[in-house]
Ligand binder design. Sequence first.
Ligand code: UD1
Length: 467
Amino acid sequence: PPTRLDGCRRPRTNGRRPGRRGTTLALYRIEGGFPLTGTIRVGTAKNAVLPILAAALLVEQGTTELEEIPNLRDVATMEAVLESLGIRIERRGTTHRLDARAIHSTEPPAELVGLMRASVLVMGPLLARMGEVRVALPGGCNIGSRPIDQHLKGFQALGAEVQLEQGIVTARASRLLGTTIYFDFPSVGATENVLMAATLAHGETVIENAAQEPEIVDLANFLNAMGARIRGAGTGTIRVEGVSRLSGTSYLPIPDRIEAGTYLVAFAFTGGEGYVEGAIAEHLVPVIAKLREMGHYLEEDEDGIRIVATRDPKPVDVKTQPYPGFPTDMQPQFLALLATVPGTSVVTETVFENRFLHAAELAKMGARIRIEGRTAVVEGTSLVGARVRATDLRAAAALVLAGLAARGTTEVLEIVHIERGYERLEEKLKGIGAKIERVEDKDLAPEPPPLFLPRFLAPGETVGRGT
Ligand code: UD1
């Protein structure tokens, strides 16, 4: 098998463009230039919910009850993956109860894995619980090549036999054995996958150079509530003492720090003021610091963060880093914001390759951004409304924010990306005074995947892009 395990494969389309015929596409039409004011509430973190859902696969005894699950396309995709493996899900409002006692498959459908890269998070739990997993390498190339070599290196270290043949990864182990694993890069997904697998391994596992994101801590807290023995989550070294089985529990995952950061930028961008309810300031240290450096006033309390935008913002330099550094998932929103700040700002992306696709769209609105490799040099100017196309989830958010601040009308196409990670975005933004409307447009192409995924997709029927 090839040595480079590159996950950057396009989903199969059977010669068609991605999407389904006969459906309409939605766009956002935004009238910009109005300051936003009021209170906006953040939901439960998508990136905490996805691994926690996958971890429910580990539970042989009892059921898992998850509260305040957001209605997002990525959550629907992960739940469809779990159902295809045999998990039964009962939904009561936003509480989802998962019954994983009868897992009957160890191979998630390639169509679903192709829709969303985070589907690979079922690998660790399936390998640990079932002794085997087979996954077609995921899609999701919009923000650069995203291999899964660190995940596979972790499984191998735990004693699994890993094979790659024609884009399909197979991992097998009758019982995983605790060991020390060093990640070359603190990958969020690899840390989560190996952490989940190690909970059921024999003996102690030490994960060195582990990712330290709040979502890792939340996953560890959830696993510990189920009977796992994990220490050190949130630091670079995580220790896991393997246990023989995990039991069901109830859990409420953390609020979404990226959603919160997006709303803070919305207030700053439009010269408004307001309160982001549910935001945990401790999770947003670099975002708050950079907004303050620009001159905005921010005040933290136990329930959220208040912001009053300055009329005279200063340019700043931003460099993305693994947590606790500046989050790459806030980079597009900041790039858009800095495009309107007089002077020169420099934005450096170190986590992903090719995560500046939104710069070209912002340029259609008048932004002056020069890309040099992993750096964007931004000369602040004023933005004007235009028709722009979202290229991924956070790029879509950045374009919506730019539209709220720009003079005139902005249309953001391909808002299917927004629905992957922001729940009721236009409704929430309207609540703080935004003039934003969701418009169905029949003339647009290509078409997106359906809003709510059918339980099982026919092979090749629906494909799309995931990050
Ligand atoms: C997660 C988040 C995503 C966020 C990212 C970085 C979820 C569901 N998604 O993605 O929103 O942007 O963290 O904060 O939580 N890499 C490798 N080999 C690997 C794994 C990763 O080279 O085995 C590289 C990737 O190509 C990328 C970088 O490491 O350049 C970051 O990836 P990783 O931290 O794994 O991000 P995800 O878990 O995919």
